[in-house]
Design a protein around this ligand. Sequence first.
Ligand code: TMP
Length: 238
Amino acid sequence: MTKIEKGDLVNSGKAKSLYKTSDPDLYILHYRDDTSAFDGEKKESLEGKGKTNNKFNAFIMQELEKQGVATHFNELLSETDSLVKKLKMIPVECVVRNIAAGSICKRLGLKEGLELNPPTFEFFYKDDDLHDPMINDFHIISFKWATENEITQMKEKTFQVNEILKRLFANAGMILVDYKLEFGSYKGDLLLGDEFTPDGCRVWDSETREKLDKDRFRQDLGDVVESYKLIAERLGIT
Ligand code: TMP
């Protein structure tokens, strides 16, 4: 592991904090136990979630890198900290849905569990006060949040991640229902940033369809961190 000093706090989000380092191109991402849902309305500290998600994210990012998706992840620094490249983030969330759940069910009156074939894609504007409204490509261009080329790349990369992770989860007896990705630029390249953990995706058991992700927290189903650990264990994350 690299010896790197944690510098000033750059930004503290709902579940992670970002710190400067002695290298201007690198940041430290610190995973906290804080858990939030419904744009910060429901909050709790869940012991061990920070450690679990830090390790989970490292595994997924490394798996994606191996299969050709460039990410900001550099290396694990400690149980709760990862070294990442400093990105200029695009303030949009890219969501791919293989199965209808969550907001799309409310918005379009769908029954949870409906298979979406082909999978569908949605952009959301990252703003809790506005409750992350759904937006389209034209908004992104008009407000100059990203270029046409970056939009194309975000869609391509998000679907590429779907192919890789759908298989990974299926091989471990789970269904990847949906997930959210965020991207940012680094020295002219668009890289996958933020995190991929059970906080930002939906994962069901393939046989029982039991919810194993943050819906356990949103819907008060209990055993939230235990369930995240179960997903990790099935994926072979040690
Ligand atoms: P949704 O059903 O609430 O729109 O969310 C779709 C997926 O994206 C779900 O796995 C949760 C994830 N997501 C986040 O993690 N953060 C967000 O701000 C949004 C809008 C979605």
